[in-house]
Design a protein around this ligand. Structure first.
Ligand SMILES: [Zn+2]
Length: 344
């Protein structure tokens, strides 16, 4: 009931806000920069859709609709060109927009790049240097795939084993599972897992996989290789930024040497690999502490956060704001335009 009321209120707000041009909310600024954040672009028949969280993807059709709507209202620019012009006090458009993708998913190359090329839209991809060209999967995808495949008998056996104790704590007070988990339940489990750190979760999932039959364990290739990146870079439409070496949270729990490594080595590795200057950084999960901000400041000209909003040349360039867009909140024009306003 509460859910229905909330979705009706949201629907009405989307309709009201979308009839107002989102630029009107920021017309008092001389120069605006809207940065959009995408992760994955997956068509409706893609097998990964079953094991992906709703906040992680848009369909190719939705992505194309977004770019068409953006083109009517904004000047699309490479993010680093806008940063350079802002720092040098050069002329800037009143309304600029930069497209960004986080993590370096292979589907960015397969489904987003053809649309970027067709519509001649520039974009920046923030890649995780140590994962490029490997079969690494992020823990939510690994866990999602595993939980989606396990039948209740296997799941019960697992959560009652020594290796499964962590999952028992997370799943409704250890009640026996009577049916296969559906997508909503799996999403709730993944959200609850976020209290653990990524190293812990990966080692829990390693141990979970070690108990299971080979056929249950996925061998998906999720991320792009350096060859995909190089091809996109050569088109002139795609530029690359660093999203760290291992997607670690750059917080106080991480040793200063490790923070240095994640921020500085990723830049060095990518520069050597791609033979180009890497001058933009993006904080994994949007996490940072004062030390990581200082190291980013010494090594990059700007960095993207997960804070929501628009930017101007006066915004802190180490904490650029972005608007995250994904299918369930931007699948039609009204929802998308309302989302762009930064109010929803
Ligand atoms: Zn990321």
């Amino acid at each position: 009931m509460i859910r229905t009321v909330k979705s009706i209120i949201r629907y009405l707000l989307e309709r009201i806000i979308s009839v107002i041009d989102p630029r009107k909310f920021y017309a008092f600024n001389a120069n605006n920069l809207l940065i959009l954040t995408y992760h994955r672009v997956l068509p409706s028949n893609h097998p990964d859709l079953k094991s992906e969280q709703p906040g992680m993807y848009v369909s190719p059709q939705t992505f194309r609709m977004h770019l068409d709507e953006i083109k009517k209202r904004f000047e699309l620019m490479h993010l680093d060109d806008w940063i350079r012009a802002a720092k040098n006090k050069e002329p800037l458009p009143k309304y600029a927009c930069a497209i960004t993708f986080d993590d370096g998913w292979l589907d960015n190359y397969e489904y987003a790049y053809p649309i970027l090329k067709e519509l001649k839209v520039p974009a920046t991809i923030f890649v995780v240097s140590s994962f490029l060209g490997t079969s690494y999967s992020f823990w939510p995808n690994r866990l999602n795939r595993l939980l989606g495949k396990l039948d209740p008998k296997l799941l019960n056996e697992f959560i009652n084993s020594e290796e499964g104790a962590w999952l028992k704590d997370i799943m409704h007070e250890g009640q026996p599972i009577t049916a296969k988990l559906d997508a909503d339940m799996i999403n709730q489990i993944i959200e609850s897992c976020k209290t653990h750190n990524e190293n812990e979760l990966n080692s829990y999932i390693d141990r979970m996989e070690s108990r299971l039959d080979e056929s249950v364990i996925s061998n998906n290739v999720d991320l792009m290789s350096r060859h995909h990146l190089q091809e996109m870079i050569e088109s002139g439409l795609v530029r690359v930024g660093s999203h760290s070496c291992h997607h670690k949270r750059l917080l106080d729990g991480l040793d200063k040497n490790e923070i240095d490594d994640e921020i500085i080595s990723s830049k060095e590795v990518l520069q050597a690999m791609l033979n180009m200057e890497i001058d933009l950084f993006c904080y994994p999960n949007g996490d940072y502490n004062q030390y990581s901000l200082d190291v980013v400041n010494e090594n990059y000209s700007a960095a993207c956060s997960t804070m929501s909003g628009w930017n101007t040349p006066r915004t802190n360039m180490l904490l650029l704001k972005r608007i995250g867009v994904h299918e369930d909140i931007s699948s039609n024009k009204h929802k998308f335009l309302a989302r762009l306003s930064g109010l929803l």
